[in-house]
Design a protein around this ligand. Structure first.
Ligand code: FBP
Length: 345
């Protein structure tokens, strides 16, 4: 059997090539070790006492499952033992100080998509690592370009770790017997223009004009102005959608829409959109709100939401092009206005 590179040796090799490389490697390793533990609990589910039932409401008003709390405890414990100055978890109200003298800060969604678990659909942990600034709290409000590493795991048929480090993206799979992650795809490059999109189409009536126009063009395919017939996928689990995009391209949209609580979309900037945007860009793809590059945005509040359009460079560019020159105040007007703009440039 061929000798695969382990996560540890990959991290050691990268350490010399980046500032705080050893510390970043230790943080990634801590998250990966907790992910191995979490993957086992998720795989056992009810057999490990996980009911999948609601266990309360977190500080930002989201429903928590019992597994969200278990995942948060596991990740937090792992990060307490790593060189982390402060951690900001989806499950907490505010960032927490761990080791004030350390050089790195971590934002983390310990278990994204937990509502899918009862149905045995893939879920995952999303993380973002950035060097600490003078003031610990304000570190988290820097734009996403401040991130020095990011990634996510997928707890699915395989346990996968996607790692954006040193301006490249690599994919590892957990060898369950050895309990370690092994490199399976190196320097991943997202296909530039796969005709595939992912969006929760049940929200169509709430979408703004540019999004409706883009999706209508995709659905029209070669019967409309498009050069290709599009395929559609919607898993409803961000990590699974992101992994699919890395493997075969396409575009994912969770846009803002007209519902009062979706004016900024659904997904969170610090521990969902920022890390996904870094992964996408370092793999040759793109991530945008439709109007702005995600990595240029800084959060104004810890749990800030943001519209997220990510994936193949061409798909993201097409969505951005249809927004161009349209003032946000006209977003809600009729789709034909946008459809005339010539989507597929
Ligand atoms: P949580 O943050 O509550 O885990 O939800 C996130 C998420 O499940 C994403 O993984 C997914 O992309 C999105 O919500 C699906 O949202 P919706 O149910 O509105 O389609």
């Amino acid at each position: 059997m061929d000798q695969r590179v382990t996560l540890r040796s990959h991290l050691d090799r990268s350490a010399a090539q980046m500032p705080h490389g050893t510390a970043v490697g230790n943080v990634v390793e801590a998250i990966a070790a907790a992910a191995v533990e979490l993957a086992a609990v998720i795989a056992d589910g009810p057999l490990a006492g996980i009911t999948g039932q609601n266990a309360g409401i977190n500080s930002d008003g989201d429903r928590q499952k019992d597994i969200d709390i278990v995942a948060d405890e596991m990740m937090r414990r792992a990060l307490c033992a790593a060189p982390v100055a402060a951690v900001f978890s989806e499950e907490a109200a505010l960032p927490e100080t761990l080791r004030p003298e350390a050089h790195l800060c971590v934002a983390i969604d310990p278990l994204d998509g937990s509502a899918n678990l009862e149905n045995n659909i893939s879920v995952g942990t999303i993380f973002s690592i950035r060097p600490r600034g003078h003031d610990l709290l304000s570190t988290f409000f820097e734009p996403g370009t401040a991130q020095c590493a990011a990634g996510f795991t997928v707890y699915g048929p395989q346990t996968t770790l996607v790692l954006a480090l040193n301006a490249r993206v690599d994919i590892f799979i957990l060898d369950r017997r050895a309990g370690e992650f092994l490199l399976t795809r190196q320097a991943v490059q997202i296909a530039r223009s796969t005709p595939e999109f992912a969006i929760n189409a049940s929200n169509r009536r709430h979408w703004h004009g540019p999004v409706r126009a883009y999706i209508d063009e995709c659905l029209a395919g070669t019967n409309g102005a498009g050069e290709a017939d599009f395929n559609m996928r919607w898993i409803g689990s961000l990590v699974a959608e992101a992994l699919r995009i890395l493997v075969r391209g396409g575009v994912f949209l969770y846009p803002a829409d007209a519902r009062p609580s979706y004016r900024e979309g659904r997904l969170r900037l610090l521990y969902e959109a920022h890390p996904m945007a870094l992964v996408m860009e370092w793999a040759g793809g793109a991530a945008s709100t439709g109007r702005r590059r995600i990595l240029e945005l800084g959060a104004k509040t810890p749990h800030q939401r943001v519209p997220l359009i990510m994936g193949s460079a061409r798909g993201v560019r097409d969505v951005a092009a249809i927004h161009e020159g349209i003032e946000p105040m006209f977003d809600n007007s009729d789709a034909p206005l946008f459809a005339r703009r010539g989507l597929f440039l």
